[in-house]
Design a binder for this molecule. Structure first.
Ligand SMILES: [Zn+2]
Length: 459
């Protein structure tokens, strides 16, 4: 049994920060007590902060499917360097995770390469059946994701960023009918339903070529978000489903969500650092690194999102880490694919934002505690407390970091937060008590395990 003693740090606990010793045995936190009370092999983290490992519930590993964009190795190298000790991967890899078999294959692949723990979301297609959802849950899915308005190539088993056409290979996107049909099964399973909330009817009405960033904003109006949130919330409320809205980007979307919460919907909200840190004005400098769906909008939207975090209406900050190759992103606005890497900069960008708001420790709630609750991991991750996994991030509050392409471990080097300077640095990261990153270097061994939500029987 290896006993470790982290001493000298200011530790963020569920009751707030304090000066504590933290002991770890066999990868699990065994005590959080007064200075001098712990025993074990000392890890001196004096002058630093000790935070619970980040949990990024919205990443796109591109694995399997697009190894030139990313794979579980590069994704989790970036995660480890950024203090993210658990990633939850979206199901639009290729083949898509629409069956228990596809989930199990992807889990095996991720296990072989992952430097951090990982969970897997399962895909809802318009053709999905209740039986398939039950099997996906038994195989370990963290929950279900529906991309409203994204059709599905049956031959390639791929979710497409397209509304669909008359092509017989394309299966229609899941719609409100699909969700209503599957709602009883989702409710029975008790897993969250995650929505990419952009209403396809509204997107269709505003289609246009992209010449300027204003075209992007006009093509994906905030009404697309608010209508999708209101409609799915109505279904979720009727069936008492936990509905989670991915990447909320607009004040109007927030308003729809708050109305749904007030009406009794079990609704959680996620936003991303790019919506909290960037506005349309940044496009001139960042270019297509800032092209994503939904888009980064106006300063008033950014303000509303920050305010919702402060009011704890938004409980999760995740990244929608969606890398492409830098060559693909170097195309013009019309042709560059949507998405930005983000997992490596999640924790630090949130610490900086929380510092601006007057309480940097809030970041641990947004990137660890809130996400753990969403993913069904509240009993094992997201807190520095006895019985929890020793997923620990050591942060130096006296060093600063500027996000630069050369430090990025994802395949795509240029991201939407490029150039942001934060008043913190991550010095080391531990996954279940094992050091996976220290002073700019990753450990050589991949030690990630699959996480599954508590309370779901294993098949
Ligand atoms: Zn996404």
């Amino acid at each position: 049994m290896t006993e470790l003693l982290f001493r000298g740090a200011t530790v963020y606990t569920p009751d707030g920060p304090g000066e504590f010793d933290v002991t770890v045995s066999d990868g699990v936190i065994t005590s959080v007590g007064p200075r001098g009370s712990g025993r074990g092999k000392a890890v001196d983290v004096s002058g630093n902060w000790l935070l619970p490992g980040g949990i990024d519930v919205h990443v796109h590993s591109r694995d399997p499917g697009f190894p030139d964009k990313e794979d579980f190795g590069t994704l989790t190298a970036a995660a480890a360097a950024g203090g993210v000790t658990t990633v939850v991967d979206m199901p639009n890899t290729v083949p898509a995770v629409d069956s228990a078999g596809a989930l199990e294959s992807k889990a095996a692949l991720a296990r072989s390469r992952s430097r951090v723990d990982f969970g897997l979301w399962a895909l809802i297609r318009s053709s999905s059946t209740a039986e398939q959802l039950v099997e996906l849950a038994s195989a370990g899915a963290v929950g279900f994701k529906a991309y409203l308005g994204y059709s599905f190539s049956v031959s390639r088993k791929q979710v497409l960023h397209a509304l669909g056409a008359s092509d017989p290979d394309l299966e229609a996107p899941p719609d409100y009918g699909t969700l209503t049909r599957l709602a009883p099964a989702i409710a029975e399973l008790g897993l969250p339903l995650v929505i990419h909330a952009e209403d396809p009817g509204i997107l269709h009405a505003f289609r246009r070529p992209f010449e300027t960033y204003e075209d992007v904003l006009e093509a994906r109006p905030a009404e697309a978000e608010s209508v999708a949130i209101s409609a799915t919330a109505s279904v979720a409320r009727q069936h008492d489903i936990h509905l989670h809205i991915a990447h909320v980007s607009s004040a109007l979307g927030l308003q729809a969500a708050e109305e749904a919460i007030a009406a009794g919907t079990r609704l959680t909200l996620e936003t991303c650092p790019q919506y909290l840190w960037r506005t349309e004005a940044d496009f001139a400098r960042l270019g297509t690194a800032m092209k994503m769906n939904p888009p980064v909008r106006r300063a008033s939207d950014q303000q509303a999102l920050r305010d919702a975090l402060r009011r704890e209406v938004i409980s999760v900050v995740a990244t929608d880490h969606a890398p492409h190759t830098d060559d693909e992103k170097a195309q013009d606005l019309e042709h560059a694919p949507p998405g930005t890497p983000g997992v490596q900069t999640l924790y630090l960008s949130c610490l900086e934002l929380a510092r601006h708001m007057g309480d940097p420790w809030l970041a641990a709630r947004w990137v660890s505690e809130g996400p753990a609750a969403l993913a069904g991991l509240s009993e094992s991750k997201g807190r520095i407390a006895p019985g929890y996994d020793a997923d620990l991030v050591v942060v130096d509050p006296k060093q600063s970091t500027t996000f630069s392409p050369k430090a990025m471990r994802s395949r795509q080097k240029h991201g939407a937060l490029e150039g942001l300077k934060v008043s913190f640095a991550i010095t080391s990261v531990y996954l279940r008590g094992v050091p996976i990153y220290a002073n700019g270097r990753l450990s050589t061994r991949s030690t990630g395990r699959m996480v599954r939500p508590a309370g779901i029987p294993i098949a």
